[in-house]
Design a protein around this ligand. Structure first.
Ligand SMILES: Nc1ncnc2c1ncn2[C@@H]1O[C@H](COP(=O)(O)OP(=O)(O)OP(=O)(O)O)[C@@H](O)[C@H]1O
Ligand SMILES: [Mg+2]
Length: 203
């Protein structure tokens, strides 16, 4: 993975579905902008890459696709995301906050140990973020939150699956020192205070 040599900082939120990623990403953008820092908020998978609609169809079971094929699509989407938005923004000195990045591929895509190696290989040329905030929320709590939101349960949102995904995230914490774990079961503003406490050290 490549080191961020640009002026702007690259921050990623990671965690299970429903762990509060979008909520915290939006709050962090507001916080940074209030401090006068130009910030781009974005998410993966993106909505506008050449294969975004194919990813959407796979995630909502409209097309059948195997796990590694899906990860190839995610990597292609990520390549375009980096080229078209993330890197140009960092070059301009902006902060980029991404709601998910390649850690989601590692955690969600690797049911077997050997899959993880393959997925790391697919992502090896990509930019390493400066900071990854991993929101720790139990699968049970995530599912309750998703249900409350009144949405259909997608491919990755079954409790058993989320337990496995969380185990993978824990492995990643040992592998990548940019990852900081935050207790995401606290109230929204308490989680935000912890996020800000960590981000403040890099600005
Ligand atoms: N700390 C929290 N405590 C209680 N509820 C929360 C908390 N953070 C977020 N929520 C609520 O949980 C739901 C999921 O939050 P959010 O959409 O931010 O999660 P997400 O991780 O982005 O989910 P997804 O992966 O599905 O996009 C929302 O209804 C949100 O208001
Ligand atoms: Mg979200």
């Amino acid at each position: 993975m490549k080191k961020n040599i640009y002026q702007g900082k690259f921050i990623v939120f990671e965690g299970l579905d429903g762990s509060g990623l979008s909520t915290q990403a939006k709050l962090l953008k507001e916080y940074l902008e209030n401090r006068g820092i130009k910030t781009v908020l974005t998410k993966e998978p993106t909505k506008n890459s050449s294969i975004a609609s194919k990813i959407h169809q796979a995630l909502s079971h409209q097309i059948e696709i195997d796990s590694l094929q899906l990860q190839r699509l995610f990597a292609q989407d990520r390549r375009e995301h980096l080229e078209n938005l993330i890197i140009p923004s960092l070059k301009e000195g902006k902060f980029v906050i991404s709601d998910r990045y390649f850690f989601s591929s590692f955690a969600f895509g690797s049911e077997k140990e050997e899959d993880l190696e393959k997925i790391i290989e697919l992502n090896k040329d990509f930019l390493m973020p400066d900071l990854v905030l991993l929101l720790k929320v139990r699968p049970k709590v995530c599912i309750e939150r998703i249900k409350k939101r009144g949405e259909e349960i997608k491919l990755f949102e079954k409790e058993e699956k989320l337990e496995k995904v969380w185990k993978n995230y824990q492995k990643l914490v040992d592998m990548f020192d940019v990852i900081k774990v935050i207790d995401g079961e606290q109230e929204i503003d308490k989680v935000q205070r912890e996020v800000v406490g960590i981000v403040d050290k890099m600005i």
